[in-house]
Design a protein around this ligand. Structure first.
Ligand code: SAH
Ligand code: CA
Length: 221
């Protein structure tokens, strides 16, 4: 979840797309290639990917981190917005998804900017600081398995520089966060994390109701 902004009437969603969403040819191609796949609903929406691109510009991001790549839509959006010498470290568990995303990034001419890491993201993140030439990230986009979100968030607070931004996707989880009868593990994990980040003095926050809910947490200096 979700290829579009939840709770937005379809005609308003269409209007938004028609007027101000600028989707590159490369992104349109990823979206079309993904549309027929199982899991296509997981793809980041165009309007949200555009917001991520704007945040990359605003923060002057050189080093970005993504957790959960799928077929690469958000990775392409972030990589496109980076300067030519910028880098995105993109973590994906599934070998086949990573291969598809790698193809899309290559087709978009962005392979040089993106370092795709296949495997459980927590392992990848744990290994990063000890790599030679490691530099803290300016932006992290968390969009993988929800029960690990708290662990990703804590890791990102160490890997993102003071003043840098952590963006967590699906934090409204289709509205189920506000549905007390929903006691699924993922729903409970997201609820607990909203509660925690909302009160976390280490960050400045805003939960933006775009897509499936994008929680922005800026690491305080
Ligand atoms: N950002 C993507 C959507 C990601 S969907 C886009 O815009 O299209 C969530 C992804 O997280 C899936 O591809 C899934 O394979 C991956 N994932 C799940 N558990 C993971 C883990 N432990 N480590 C890394 N990736 C994981
Ligand atoms: Ca998502």
């Amino acid at each position: 979840m979700s290829t579009h902004t939840i709770q937005l009437p379809p005609e308003v969603q269409d209007y938004l797309l028609r007027t101000t969403v600028r989707e590159s040819a490369a992104l349109a191609q990823v979206r079309k290639a993904t549309a027929g796949l199982p899991g296509a609903r997981m793809q980041t929406s165009p309007e949200q990917a555009q917001l991520l691109g704007l945040l990359v510009e605003l923060l002057g991001v050189h080093r970005a981190l993504e957790i959960g790549v799928y077929t690469g839509y958000s990775a392409v959006a972030v990589a496109e917005a980076l300067p030519a010498d910028g880098r995105l470290v993109a973590c994906e568990l599934d070998q086949e998804y990573a291969r598809v995303a790698g193809d899309h990034l290559a087709h978009a001419g962005l392979s040089e900017r993106v370092d795709l890491r296949v495997g459980p993201a927590l392992d990848t993140l744990a290994a990063l600081p000890s790599e030679s030439g490691f530099v803290a990230f300016d932006l992290a986009y968390i969009d993988a398995d929800k029960t690990n979100y708290d662990a990703y968030y804590e890791r990102c607070l160490e890997l993102v520089r003071p003043g840098g931004l952590i963006a967590l996707d699906n934090m409204l989880w289709g509205g189920s966060v506000a549905e007390p009868s929903d006691q699924q593990d993922s729903t409970q994990a997201i609820r607990a994390l909203n509660q925690k980040v909302g009160a976390d003095e280490r960050v400045t926050v805003s939960l933006v109701p775009i897509g499936d809910g994008l929680l922005l947490a800026r690491r305080r200096k």
